[in-house]
Design a protein around this ligand. Structure first.
Ligand SMILES: Nc1ncnc2c1ncn2[C@@H]1O[C@H](COP(=O)(O)OP(=O)(O)O)[C@@H](O)[C@H]1O
Ligand SMILES: [Mg+2]
Length: 396
């Protein structure tokens, strides 16, 4: 039993190492071996333990099958390219011939572990700031879709993977929806926690269903929120599920590169340091975009949008507030503006007058909505950028 479990673990680890190294045939061999040892373990055990080994074995067989057709990218050299250089290097990569799409079938996509919405109505124009992130996405997906002939001539295919990371409330989810809007694509949303299940084998099935559903559309945006929960950094004490789901994810995404549909996978996280190393390293996520706190221009943009067409007394000065709200997140700022509008509304209903936002409404709002990020939290992201990406990833 100990021997079988050891061998199983050994092959699991070797499979993952081979995937990281971009060696699909070796990875496939180890996945098949891992399945073999799981089946052997299933024979030696009984009841739920045995059936969980069977599920695990089947999972490995599925991975082995995918690896037969997946073209694994070679490991990326170094970290991500700086987003500041968004105008230079091509982001989408050529995939050569038609290839096969191992994840395309008719299986029902009605699983409740994820949500699909039609084309979202939030657009790039609704997002204040984030100019470099917008430029990176434009180059990676919007331009190649708009100008397919030119992209083809340059052997570029739209789609791929992007990690969006940064403190909560600064528009990662909003940005994901806006991208889907810009390319008129349905928006598939799932959180790592939603996909994760305490039942053995179910997390993989959830993930597979989601990937299949998204890849059944000609164009789709797949937003994996809290991707740190789905693909957590593995440690010696990680569960089998943790290890296998990461491996399966990497193998699946390898398959997408070869498929004909255009799929943009966005992985969002507030805790980039908690993500498995392999996710960053294997080159499956072409871009890592830091979505930090809004700068002064972005803050002004948010306030201007929030009070656009709204009656305000002249003392309400958006430029001054943009200055004052340094260190506040996007959702803090839109929350403050909303609170002020609500106060004006309530006052007007009670007094039977026309609603007008007063400077004092903003003063009161800012008292009850403090900045939700501390300087120490911001420093944590900066340190992460410094360490992981050698400081090349500029603030967006
Ligand atoms: N750059 C921005 N422009 C306009 N609104 C923003 C921006 N960033 C954040 N917001 C506001 O904050 C809310 C929360 O943002 P969200 O996308 O959920 O952040 P995150 O996913 O990074 O936690 C948004 O729905 C929006 O109202
Ligand atoms: Mg979010």
């Amino acid at each position: 039993m100990g021997y079988l479990a050891d061998k199983k673990n050994e092959h699991e680890a070797a499979c993952e190492a081979a995937i990281r190294a971009g060696d699909a045939p070796t990875a496939r061999m180890h996945a098949a071996k891992a399945a073999e040892f799981c089946f052997a373990l299933a024979k030696q055990t009984s009841g739920p333990v045995s059936s969980s080994y069977v599920t695990t074995a089947e999972g490995w067989l599925e991975i082995a099958e995918k690896l037969a057709t997946a073209k694994l990218p070679r490991p990326a050299a170094g970290g991500p390219r700086p987003v500041a250089a968004a105008g230079n290097a091509p982001a989408a990569r050529s995939t050569g011939g038609a290839g096969s799409s191992p994840v395309q079938d008719d299986e029902s996509s009605s699983g409740e572990s994820f949500e699909v919405s039609e084309i979202p109505d939030v657009s790039f124009d609704d997002i204040a700031g984030m100019n470099e992130a917008k430029a990176a996405i434009q180059e990676m997906i919007i331009y190649p879709m708009r100008e397919p002939e030119k992209a083809k001539a340059m052997k570029l295919k739209p789609g791929g993977g992007v990690i969006l990371y940064g403190p909560p409330g600064n528009g990662k989810t909003m940005f994901g929806k806006a991208i889907a809007h810009e390319i008129a694509a349905p928006f598939f949303y799932a959180s790592g926690a939603q996909l994760r299940s305490k039942w053995h084998g179910e997390s993989e099935q959830n993930l597979s269903r989601l990937l299949k559903a998204a890849s059944s559309k000609p164009v789709a945006v797949l937003f994996l929120d809290e991707i740190d929960g789905l693909l957590p950094r593995r440690t010696a004490s990680s569960s089998v599920v943790d290890n296998r789901i990461v491996t399966q994810f990497l193998a699946d995404v390898g398959g997408f590169r070869e498929s004909e549909n255009t799929l943009l996978i966005l992985g969002a996280t507030n805790k980039p340091w908690a993500i498995d190393e392999a996710v960053f390293r294997t080159g499956r996520f072409d871009e890592k975009l830091y979505i930090g706190l809004p700068d002064k221009d972005a803050r002004l943009g948010m306030l201007t949008r929030a009070f656009d067409g709204v009656a305000c007394e002249t003392a309400v000065d958006c430029a001054q507030w943009a200055e004052r709200l340094d260190g506040y997140t996007g959702s803090d700022i839109t929350g403050i503006a909303r609170k002020a509008r609500l106060a004006a509304f309530k006052r007007s209903v009670e007094a039977g007058t026309d609603p007008v936002v007063l400077a004092s409404d903003l003063e009161n709002a800012v008292k009850v909505i403090p900045s939700s990020v501390t300087p120490a939290m911001v420093r944590q992201y900066e340190n992460f950028n410094q360490q992981r990406f050698d400081g090349t990833n500029s603030k967006v």
